[in-house]
Design a protein around this ligand. Structure first.
Ligand code: PHE
Length: 356
């Protein structure tokens, strides 16, 4: 009995894991275990022998069972200690700072432009970037044979073979929103439409996607004088200083008369300063909405008239924030975005000076 006791207590205390421990349990106190077999022998003993051996065997079985249970707990504790060593975590360490994103200069400038024109009574209208050729061209008095179609470097969508309908286009300007807004609202109307436009062109000053903001004001007696005042008012608010403008006679199929507008600027060491000096930078096209365009929008040209303009937003952003290369606008380079981007709390307002 003593031999059995020593043997199993030794084996149990040296068991390497729970599996080995379970094997030992079966071997000692399982149905056919060594100690269980010994207990079966009690039946063949004399009552005197049984009276001595019975309690001894029971005590041995209990001792082995509690040694097994204790070892099981010890093994589990050791396993937990091991895990804690590997998964240890210092919860008192300072957190890692997460960088916040920034507002892209184009988005910022769109917000600024919207804030200024809202103050002048214009609301925001939008249209799709994939347009029918009717909205992008025909309705704007650019018929199929017109050279302006070719000049715009248009991206055309694909039509299935045998489908002879004219293909849709990626809008080449925001002017189709003029037509959509006239159809929807009628006259009088005062809207701006900021958005993306597309032309197949790529160099230092052109990217295949860029941004414009369209303006449209129709009423009974709106004239070029109103256009000039609105634009000068806009530029002075936008650049935060009085900006001279220069109107150059020009031609657009959808306006008559038409004018391209330059703003006053000066070049100092390769940097441009707006509102100073004797140089001029072209920033927009404009004019009085052509009667045919009003008709296409369902508006009677004998009753209503007004002006329209289209400003390049990216150009404005470069001028106001001194950003030299247009292509970097669309590279998604985080270093650039952190440098030129705006905090989300820089909400532009007129009384707040818009920005800075
Ligand atoms: N749509 C013209 C362009 O993209 C700009 C423009 C808009 C001109 C409205 C006149 C009136 O160049």
């Amino acid at each position: 009995m003593d031999d059995l006791r020593h043997k199993y207590l030794d084996l149990i205390s040296n068991a390497a894991d729970e599996g080995a421990l379970e094997d030992l349990r079966v071997q000692a106190v399982g149905k056919k275990g060594e100690i269980s077999l010994k207990m079966r022998e009690l039946g063949k003993m004399t009552p005197e022998e049984r009276q001595v051996m019975g309690p001894k065997l029971n005590a041995l079985k209990d001792e082995i069972n509690s040694a097994l249970a204790a070892k099981k707990v010890a093994l589990a504790d050791a396993a937990l200690d091991e895990r804690l060593k590997g998964e240890w975590l210092d919860v008192t360490l300072a957190g890692r700072a997460r960088r916040q994103g920034t507002i892209h200069p184009v988005s910022q400038v769109m917000e600024e432009v919207t804030a200024i024109f809202a103050d002048l009574g214009f609301s925001v209208a939008e249209g799709p970037q994939i347009e029918t050729d009717w909205y992008n061209f025909d309705a704007l008095n650019i018929p199929g044979h017109h050279p302006a179609r070719a000049e715009m470097d248009t991206f055309y969508t694909h039509r299935a073979e045998g489908d002879n309908r004219p293909p849709h286009v990626l809008r080449t300007h925001t002017s189709p929103v003029q037509i959509r807004s006239m159809e929807k609202q009628g006259a009088p109307i005062r809207i701006i439409c900021p958005g993306r436009v597309y032309r197949a062109d790529y160099d230092q000053t052109h990217t295949p996607m860029f941004h414009q903001v369209e303006g449209l004001a129709l009423d009974k007696d709106i004239s070029m004088a109103n256009l000039k005042w609105v634009l000068e008012e806009f530029f002075s608010a936008f650049f935060g200083t009085h900006v001279e403008t220069r109107f150059r006679a020009s031609h657009f199929p959808f306006t008559e008369p038409s004018a391209e507008v330059d703003i006053q600027c000066e070049w100092v060491d390769g940097q441009v300063k707006v509102g100073e000096g004797n140089d001029w930078l072209e920033v927009l096209g404009s004019g009085m909405v052509h009667p045919k365009v009003l008709e296409a929008g369902g508006i009677d040209p004998n009753e209503w008239q007004g002006f329209a303009f289209g400003i390049g937003i990216d150009r404005l952003a470069m001028l106001k924030y001194g950003i030299p290369d247009l292509r970097a606008f669309f590279d998604s380079d985080l270093r650039w975005l952190r440098h030129y981007g705006f905090a989300s709390l820089d909400q532009p307002t007129l009384h707040g000076g818009l920005s800075r």
